[in-house]
Design a protein around this ligand. Structure first.
Ligand code: COA
Length: 371
């Protein structure tokens, strides 16, 4: 019996960074960004936000939709390239924030394909009976590794989170196809801050703890791999490409999505798009797009969805999902927004965290008997 999506949720920070804002930071302009990427604005997490905290808000919504209590969750997976800490995992911080006292928690690092990888993994746990209920969160604060002095990358990325709840059902995740090619890892990476080049004054001075990318090569790889893995996942699902009602692609760039759709012979009317409003939110982009499309009635029960993603690794993945969850009576009201520039300036000069506490609070004392 497959893993069924029984709840989903989305959370984005209120701070909006527009193309006009970026014109103040780097040598770029709205027309170039719009034509080359389709992106008009992206969100930036505030000082009091983080990957786990955005994930918490998305997860709480997803659990509410599912009508499931946090103590029923057996497995929490967070797909992210920007965990709150290198150690422990963002999934453990999310557990702490959700007040969850049982179950397993782990992160999945697969760049922008992280959500598809995590969905494929968690659905195996549910399908096999190893977990009855799984929470899969894609959450990112890419603003924290984005170099706002590099026009080749800073125009692309944004922050946000999406979450789904999985349970065993009649219909759900039908099939998936995952792939990776580590030989192309240099094309998109954060060079320092890991064990090979630990952070020190030199790595920081040389700005090597920021994400770097060879955009054109990544672009070519994305279109080829997303189209091929989509076709493989569709074949494994026992369906034909024509049977797919809606494609939810990773929201990297409008041109990548259009080129992939052309290869799949899918009209753009059947492709979910929100890259204009959020930019590339990496592992969060598919669950954010899915949750919004479902709230707005673009995703409906009875549809067959194709999810497809590509990113750092290089790693890619696609999944075919039978949608069963009834739409909400009405979409959630839009939250008020605020300008992100004060936050970005604080990120650039490091003043954003003046006076902030770097450690999460210890919520409850460990009982003596448990030691
Ligand atoms: C980043 C990306 C938008 C750049 O578009 P592109 O058409 O490949 O552009 P190029 O990098 O070849 O650069 C073309 C020119 O624009 C310039 N340019 C780059 N960024 C610019 C910007 N933000 N504003 C204005 N000009 C810019 C370059 O310097 C170059 O100028 P030159 O010809 O004088 O050298 C595109 O490669 C892309 O989207 N790649 C995939 C990125 C991605 O999605 N990564 C995540 C994967 S999940």
């Amino acid at each position: 019996m497959p893993a069924e999506i029984v709840g989903l949720g989305v959370a984005v920070p209120p701070y909006v960074l527009t193309n006009a804002d970026l014109e103040e930071l780097v040598d770029t302009n709205d027309q170039w960004i719009t034509e080359r990427t389709g992106i008009k604005e992206r969100r930036v997490a505030g000082r009091d936000d983080s990957t786990a905290l955005l994930g918490k808000r998305a997860a709480e919504q997803a659990l509410k939709v599912a009508g499931i209590g946090i103590d029923e969750v057996d497995l929490v997976m967070v797909a992210t390239a920007t965990p709150d800490y290198t150690l422990p995992s963002a999934a453990c911080i999310l557990q702490l924030e959700l007040g969850m006292t049982r179950g397993a928690a782990m992160d999945v690092i697969a760049g922008c394909s992280g959500f598809v990888y995590a969905l494929a993994t968690a659905s195996q746990f549910v399908d096999s009976g190893a977990a009855e209920t799984a929470l899969v969160v894609g959450s990112e604060t890419l603003s924290r590794i984005c170099d706002y002095t590099d026009r080749g990358t800073c125009i692309l990325f944004g922050d946000g989170a999406g979450a789904v709840v999985l349970r065993k059902g009649e219909r759900g995740v039908r099939a998936f196809s995952l792939g990776a090619d580590g030989a192309r890892s240099r094309l998109l990476m954060t060079p320092a801050g890991g064990s090979r080049f630990p952070a020190n004054s030199r790595t920081v001075a040389e700005r090597r703890h920021y994400l770097v990318m060879e955009g054109r090569e990544v672009f070519k790889g994305a279109v080829t791999a997303m189209a091929a893995s989509s076709l493989e996942a569709i074949e494994r699902s026992g369906l034909k490409p024509d049977d797919i009602d809606l494609v939810v692609p990773h929201q990297a760039n409008q041109r990548i999505i259009e080129a992939t759709a052309r290869r799949l012979k899918t009209p753009m009317a059947n492709v979910v798009m929100n890259v204009a409003r959020y930019g590339n939110t990496s592992a969060a982009s598919i669950p954010i797009a899915m949750a919004e499309a479902w709230e707005q009635g673009q995703i409906r029960p009875g549809q067959r969805l194709l999810l497809t993603a590509f990113g750092a690794g290089l790693a890619w993945g696609s999944a075919v999902v039978d949608w069963t969850l009834p739409n909400p009576a009405e979409p959630a009201p839009e939250e008020p927004t605020q300008p992100a520039m004060p936050i970005v300036r604080g990120l650039l000069d490091g003043t954003l965290w003046d006076g902030a506490d770097m450690l999460p609070p210890l919520r409850a004392a460990v009982p003596e008997a448990a030691l």
